[in-house]
Design a protein around this ligand. Structure first.
Ligand code: HEC
Length: 210
């Protein structure tokens, strides 16, 4: 019988700060690039904070936006601690100081890292200054008004088929949240060192199994 392809769905924390316990065994015949990593179970966050009543958006629109944000699991990345399995319930959707690496742990000791943004309407640290149009565009096509592509780490291609009205409801809901002041770290360029924690996502397949 054919041996199942060696694919692994990995979510692990880069332990650049923590000494490796050395307990993992080295595979026969080679270097294991994952040896110094620990596998974690990220938390799926479907809980959503209560929006403030708004003169601008209808109750139905806010309820729809809230429903969609919960359903689409935005908080699973955009909530502090969620990516490492310890979400902070007081900071739902207020950004994550754990980042997500977007380059491979197999080749990169210092991967590029992005940080899920603070989605509450705080003026300094959140989406307070974003226009509704900019938010809707970001949700639907992953671009900002400056036309910079947002990395597909955030699964915007999976949301691209969302209707304009649904994206508008999400934007209205986010705009109606109580602002939470929470500054997330700056993104890290590939090759640059960081002492902030980050996780890797990925499905890896050994080329020889193809
Ligand atoms: C798999 C993780 C993940 C999920 C799920 C996710 N995001 Fe994101 N999001 C990110 C990351 C990472 C960034 C930062 C990307 C960058 O800096 O290029 C981001 C950026 C954003 C931004 C841009 C904010 C800014 O200041 O630039 C908005 C708005 C946003 N996300 C909204 C959402 C909404 C709404 C949902 C749910 C429908 C969602 N995200 C789901 C990871 C995620």
């Amino acid at each position: 019988m054919a041996i199942a392809k060696q694919m692994a769905l990995l979510g692990f924390l880069a332990l650049s700060l923590v000494a490796c316990s050395g307990s993992t065994s080295r595979p026969v015949g080679g270097y294991n690039p994952l040896e110094e990593f620990e596998q974690l179970n990220p938390a799926s966050i479907f809980a959503t904070p209560e929006p403030q009543p708004s003169p601008t958006y209808s109750v139905e629109q806010l309820a729809r936006g809230r429903y969609l944000v919960g359903l689409l699991g935005c908080g699973s990345c955009h909530t502090d601690g969620a990516l490492v399995g310890a979400p902070n319930p007081d900071r739902l959707l207020a950004g994550s100081s754990t980042g997500i690496a977007y380059t491979s742990p197999f080749v990169d000791e210092n991967p590029g890292v992005v940080y899920p943004a603070n989605l509450t309407p705080d003026m300094e640290t959140g989406l307070g200054l974003w226009t509704m149009e900019r938010l809707v565009t970001m949700i639907r096509v992953g671009t900002t008004e400056h036309s910079a592509s947002s990395l597909p780490v955030m699964p915007w291609p999976a949301y691209a088929a969302i209707t304009y009205d649904d994206a508008l409801s999400i934007a209205a809901y986010l705009k109606s949240l109580t602002p939470v002041s929470h500054q997330i770290p700056n993104n890290v360029q590939e090759g640059q060192q960081t002492d902030q924690e980050y996780v890797h996502f990925g499905v890896y397949q050994r080329l020889s199994d193809r």
